[in-house]
Each structure stands twice: as structure tokens, then as C-alpha cells.
Design a protein around this ligand. Structure first.
Ligand code: NDP
Length: 308
């Protein structure tokens, strides 16, 4: 983003790895002087990259999800990792509710129907409803809570699953995802990616969600077993799905694209100018604050500050 580039060049010497022609020469000659990394989007900061930068002190990630960064490798080296929490929470929660409504009431399909001139022939068939639905939120964190507040305003019943029960929330807790899936008919995925959540939404969970069930995923594609999801949608084991994230982005399985009863978005949860600018400013602020000796503004849990 120009906002990030401008912000960084005001304070630092900026090198753009994506534009480097000879990477091995770059790491040999410039690598030893690199003290900070701004990462995000397609830019992964894996162990190999971290090891090539002996003077590295901080990696500032653009985004709240940081599964593209090897935090373990960073922590071992004492490298701080920061992300962009809170500034995108409401935007992503808004999108999640939009996606849920679009999916259950078939808003994109109805729009296509009108444009194709079919309204002139007959009214659009009646759709499923959001009324009287029970929503199970997988990942009642910052965004999950903002989604829950919105669901409550829509008059929906709310439950959640995470690794631990949370004090001070009025929603029903399930320590078992499968048990929650059995009891709800909307499963809202907003958990982070990574090994611990890989494919936890599997064929059994989808079957438990049931033939009237709706899966919404605004968390990470890796949380859902995409092959099992395609099979469940094909065999009508669940009603429909609204997906903002996929396992191998930006590649989306042809089977999903061919299905008319799903709603697919290209990972746009936080993608408004307003929110992306706020995220960009936080990336710059983390780096500036660190190099001014004031510590990171939003370090991730694995690399806490002050150091433990
Ligand atoms: P938080 O860290 O605030 O919340 C994450 C939640 O997930 C916590 O409630 C946590 O609960 C739960 N969780 C973590 N690990 C597990 C696990 N192994 N099993 C079950 N639950 C788990 O993060 P945010 O709410 O700020 O963001 C959530 C995610 O949303 C991000 O990590 C990112 O992947 C995604 N995201 C997607 C965007 C998009 O554009 N679609 C934009 C922004 C974020 P507990 O600790 O109790 O397990």
C-alpha cells in the first residue's frame, strides 16, 4: 500500500523483496543490515527468511491473522511479531453478517435472476430464512464477539466454541465443536489458521450441522476441510455455505465455482479503504514505535512485550 510505503520511507531505508531481481545477492549484501520486516498479503515470513536476516528485531504483519509468519522461529530468535488487531474487527463482523444474509436469502443469485430478465417470467422461488436460527461461533475472539453482538441484534440464538469458556459473555459455551454443530444450524467460523485449527471443521462436523445447516467462513480456509465441504454441499448434507476464505487462495476449487447454491467472496473481510488504511497505519506505527525505543504497539501473544 502507498500509505505503508510512504510511512516507512519517512523513517527508514525501505527495500522491497518482491522487486529484488537477485535474491541471493540481496540477502548476502543487504540481509545483514535488515532490522525490521513489514509482511502481509502474499508475503510470508517463514523460518528460512528469518534465518537469512541476522539483525532482525521485528516483523510487523499487515492483518490480524499471522499464520503466514513462523512465530515460533521468530520467538526463538527474540524477534518481535506484531499484527493489526481491533482496527478491522467491526469491518470483518459487518462482512460476516452480510455474507450470512447473502447466503441464506440468496442475494447474489436473486440479483443474477433479475439481471437475466427472469423476473418478467415469474417471481424468484422462496428462499430459506434467518428467522429462528441458532448460530454457533467457532472462535469467540475480537471479531467473533462483534459478530455475536450483531447476531443478537438480529434476534438469533448464540453459542460458541473455543479452547476455553469465557467469563462475562452471555452466550452458551460448548467445549466440543461436534456437539455445538449438532445443536446449531449456522456455523460461523472466525478462528485463526495454523496447525491447531487445521481441518477442525471436517465431514463429521458438517454432517452434524445438518441439511438445513449453513457454514460461513470468515476465519481461515485451512480451518475447514474443503474437500469434505464440497462433498457435503454436493450431497446436500448441508444447505449452503458463504465463504470469504479458502484453503489455497487465490485459487478456488472449480467444484465450488460451479455450484449456484453457495456465495463466494475473494477474502474481502477487511477490504474497505477506511479499514485497510487503519491497518496500514498500525503496521507503520509498530515499526516506528519499536525503533524509537518505545516497544511494539500490538505484539502477538507468542512474542509478548515487555519480554517475559
Ligand atoms: P482473536 O485472537 O481475538 O480470536 C480468535 C478466537 O479463536 C479466540 O476466541 C480463540 O478462543 C479461538 N481459537 C483460537 N485457537 C482455537 C482452537 N485451536 N480451537 C478453537 N478455537 C480457537 O482474533 P480475531 O477475532 O481478531 O481474528 C480471528 C481470525 O479472523 C484471524 O486469526 C484471521 O484468521 C481471521 N480474519 C479474517 C479476515 C478476513 O478478511 N476474512 C480479516 C481479519 C481476520 P480460545 O483462545 O478460547 O480458543
Amino acid at each position: 500500500m502507498p500509505l505503508i510505503e510512504d510511512g516507512l520511507t519517512q523513517h527508514f531505508t525501505l527495500h522491497k523483496l518482491a522487486q529484488v531481481a537477485d535474491e541471493s545477492a540481496f540477502f548476502r549484501e543487504v540481509g545483514p543490515r535488515i532490522r525490521g520486516v513489514a509482511a502481509g498479503g502474499a508475503g510470508k515470513a517463514d523460518r528460512a527468511l528469518i534465518e537469512k536476516l541476522p539483525a532482525l528485531e521485528i516483523i510487523a504483519n499487515f492483518g490480524v491473522g499471522y499464520d503466514g509468519i513462523d512465530v515460533k522461529a521468530a520467538a526463538e530468535r527474540g524477534v518481535i511479531v506484531t499484527n493489526t488487531p481491533d482496527v478491522l474487527t467491526d469491518e470483518v463482523a459487518d462482512l460476516a453478517l452480510g455474507l450470512l444474509l447473502a447466503t441464506v436469502r440468496q442475494i447474489p443469485q436473486v440479483d443474477r435472476y433479475l439481471r437475466a430478465g427472469k423476473w418478467l417470467e415469474k417471481p424468484y422461488p422462496l428462499t430459506a430464512t434467518l428467522r429462528e436460527r441458532k448460530v454457533g461461533i467457532l472462535g469467540l475472539g475480537r471479531i467473533g464477539k462483534a459478530i455475536a453482538e450483531r447476531c443478537a441484534a438480529f434476534g438469533l440464538d448464540i453459542a460458541y466454541h473455543g479452547r476455553s469458556r469465557q467469563a462475562d459473555v452471555p452466550y452458551r459455551y460448548y467445549d466440543n465443536l461436534l456437539a455445538m454443530a449438532r445443536d446449531v444450524d449456522v456455523l460461523m467460523v472466525v478462528a485463526p489458521g495454523g496447525a491447531a485449527t487445521h481441518h477442525i471443521v471436517n465431514a463429521d462436523v458438517l454432517t452434524a450441522l445438518g441439511p438445513d445447516g449453513i457454514l460461513i467462513n470468515v476465519g481461515r480456509g485451512s480451518v475447514v476441510d474443503e474437500k469434505a465441504l464440497i462433498a457435503a454441499l454436493r450431497d446436500r448434507k448441508i444447505l449452503t455455505a458463504g465463504l470469504d476464505v479458502f484453503e489455497d487462495e487465490p485459487r478456488v476449487p472449480a467444484e465450488l465455482i460451479a455450484m449456484d447454491h453457495v456465495v463466494l467472496l475473494p477474502h474481502v473481510g477487511s477490504a474497505s479503504v477506511y479499514t485497510r488504511n487503519a491497518m496500514g497505519r498500525l503496521v507503520v506505527d509498530n515499526l516506528v514505535s519499536w525503533f524509537e525505543g518505545k516497544g511494539p504497539k500490538t505484539p502477538v501473544a507468542e512474542t509478548p512485550w515487555p519480554r517475559k
